[in-house]
Ligand binder design. Structure first.
Ligand code: SF4
Length: 259
């Protein structure tokens, strides 16, 4: 089976390696993938569009989420996280801030122990509404697969001209203390380019970036689902453990690994 889209606005809860019992929130249209990147490993397949006229409106979203949370509560289902992920980059939604605020207030009403989590590629941090939304949630998980621009372009394939140093700068400037960086470690080949963000050079650049960004936590993880690009290698748990050992005393934050 290849990569696939999420066909629901709310999905799960699913058991997540990193987030526990996680209710997925997909505010990207359910029939297409909308993202500012086109990562080689994206579980939703290749990016179709960078923007859309079909984003869900915030009032409809609120009603759908509230109905869902009520049902889960009635069935005594536990939630650890309400997680913005889905068919692309959630921060591209023009009403992202008001949707996040609605989600927080519904979380407070129905599942006060659950964390609100956003997985983002960091490309929209020039917008103050996106920075504000990330500042009021519990777990802003920021993507950084490479701190070397050429490697970033090969792995994450931005849909427009953006330099990874700008993203690193924007991560650094986020002043909230709960920043989390996530890095997908991979090796492989695509279009005759070799990919290996576990090389000494790549890890050294990542260490420098992490020490500049100063996150609370650095998550290292590996491919878990079918990818649009062939010839990508899933690292083993032993390999990722070794990498963690190599990195741990060189950065000032905790490192967690997920394989
Ligand atoms: S940033 Fe996320 S959603 Fe976008 S292409 Fe990469 S993995 Fe997929």
């Amino acid at each position: 089976m290849g990569p696939s889209l999420f066909h629901e606005i709310i999905y799960g809860p699913v058991k997540s390696r990193r987030l526990g019992n996680s209710l997925g929130i997909n505010i990207i249209p359910t029939n297409e993938k909308i993202c500012s990147f086109d990562c080689l490993y994206c579980e939703c397949g290749w990016t179709q569009e960078f923007t859309s006229n079909n984003f869900i409106d915030s009032e409809t979203f609120k009603n759908i989420l509230e109905n869902h949370l009520k049902k889960l509560q009635d069935n005594n289902i536990n939630l650890d996280s309400i997680t913005f992920s889905g068919n692309g980059e959630s921060t591209l939604h023009p009403a992202f801030l008001s949707i996040v605020k609605q989600t927080i207030s519904l979380r407070d009403r129905y599942f006060s122990n659950a964390k609100v989590t956003v997985l983002t590629n960091g490309s929209m941090l020039h917008l103050s509404q996106v920075r504000e939304a990330l500042s009021i949630i519990d777990q802003p998980i920021l993507k950084l697969d490479s701190a070397i621009h050429q490697e970033f372009e090969i792995i994450n394939r931005p849909m427009y001209k953006i330099n990874i140093q700008t993203i690193i700068e924007n991560y650094t400037n986020l002043s909230f203390p709960n920043k989390i960086i996530q890095t997908l470690l991979l090796r492989g080949e695509y279009n005759e380019s070799k990919i290996d963000n576990t090389s000494d050079e790549s890890l050294k650049a990542l260490i420098d970036a992490i020490n500049k960004i100063n996150p609370k936590l650095w998550m290292l993880y590996v491919i878990d689902r079918p990818t649009p690009a062939n010839n990508l290698e899933k690292l083993t748990f032993a390999e990722i453990e070794q990498i963690k050992t190599k990195l741990q005393d060189k950065v000032n934050c905790e490192i967690n690994i997920y394989a």
